[in-house]
Write a protein that binds this ligand. Structure first.
Ligand code: UDP
Length: 324
């Protein structure tokens, strides 16, 4: 049995589906503050908060849990700047609580949903796992605190973990059963698709004076199906008794500018809409592109859907189903 915290959310729900399709049994723990009950179509759902130690103990007591995949966290950079304490409490303290209770029940395999935000403003592109960790916002800081705790628990407490540092998760389930559904939405692709479907009048580009060929920020968009596959491979990696704790970047290796994303959305949807240019959003680095060679070599993982058009097309199919 695999415990998936945050399995009602965007990324967690895709992994929940893939694990079930691959023969694993799952329990999703989610407080449904951001996630959606209807996204948990596989395994069982426990509606509870990670700060609820009694509930956590009950889950570990009543189920034979082999490993925990931990997605439950707040993930808005803008909100983390407004309310840092919320991020330290939910992302760090609640994770520490989960790890403490896992230890009580001798559950020692852990897969952590980490982020490229750990790297802050990178000195070199593409970014490898050994790049300096210097988050520039409380969201990244709270995830780095967890990674530091995981390292100590692994060095001294017998934990075996894999930390997966995602770049920009995008796209949706290819069967269109689940997909991205944030409220409020802040991510580029669903916002652009909102403009295409008429839920907003225009899309704003946050800055066109960056040091990039077309002046807009470049990001590495990775298909959520590929992320799901990486989690399955990470779990199989941890199931091998001689494998050590490890950290992997997960990206597509290709960078796309904000303008390229907007043009691709126009092409895929066949719909034109207004594009405005606004000032820069605080804390946005010019370019973030992953070096995922380590995941390729160690986990034998390679993105199957690196093409931006394929990513946008799956997101569009889901967007039409959700809002059409
Ligand atoms: N962005 C934008 N307009 C929007 C939303 C995002 O120009 O309405 C830009 C943002 O500044 C960044 C890129 O799109 O350069 C990706 O942003 P997103 O919030 O999707 O992901 P992040 O890179 O912050 O994790």
């Amino acid at each position: 049995m695999i415990l998936i915290t945050g399995g009602a959310g965007y990324i967690g729900s895709h992994i929940n589906k893939l694990l079930n399709k691959s023969g694993y049994e799952t329990i999703v723990l989610d407080n449904l503050s951001k996630g959606h009950k209807k996204a948990v179509k596989w395994g069982s759902l426990v509606n509870a908060d990670l700060s609820d130690s009694d509930k956590l103990r009950e889950i570990f007591q009543n189920n034979d849990i082999e490993a925990v995949m931990h997605f439950a966290a707040f993930s808005s950079v803008a909100e983390s700047v407004e309310e840092p304490e919320k991020y330290f409490k939910n992302n760090f303290e609640n994770t520490a609580n989960l790890l403490r209770i896992m230890k009580e029940f001798r559950v020692r395999k852990f897969i952590f949903s980490s982020t490229a935000a750990l790297y802050g403003i990178p000195k070199e592109i593409p970014i490898s796992e050994s790049a300096e960790l210097k988050p520039i916002n409380p969201y990244g800081e709270s995830k780095l605190m967890v990674e530091n705790l995981l390292k100590d628990e692994s060095d001294f407490g017998g934990l075996k973990y894999v930390s997966l540092r995602y770049f920009n998760a995008a796209g949706a389930d290819l069967d269109c059963e689940i997909g991205e559904d944030h409220n409020p939405e802040s991510h580029l692709i669903p916002l652009v698709l909102d403009a295409a479907i008429g839920r907003r009048n225009s899309i704003s580009i946050f800055g066109d004076d960056y040091d990039t060929p077309d002046g807009t920020c470049i990001r590495d968009y990775i298909h959520v199906q590929d992320l799901a596959d990486a989690h399955l491979k990470a779990l199989q990696y941890l199931e091998e008794p001689f494998n050590d704790s490890n950290i992997f970047n997960l990206g597509n290796g290709n960078g796309f500018s904000v303008k390229e994303v907007i043009d691709t959305c126009k092409k895929v949807t066949g719909i034109d809409f207004e594009v405005k240019v606004e000032g820069r959003r605080p804390g946005d680095p010019d370019i973030l592109i992953a070096d995922s060679k380590k995941a390729e070599e160690v986990l034998k993982w390679k993105p199957e859907y690196p093409d931006l058009e394929d990513i946008v097309e799956s997101a569009w199919n889901w967007h039409k189903k959700l809002h059409g």
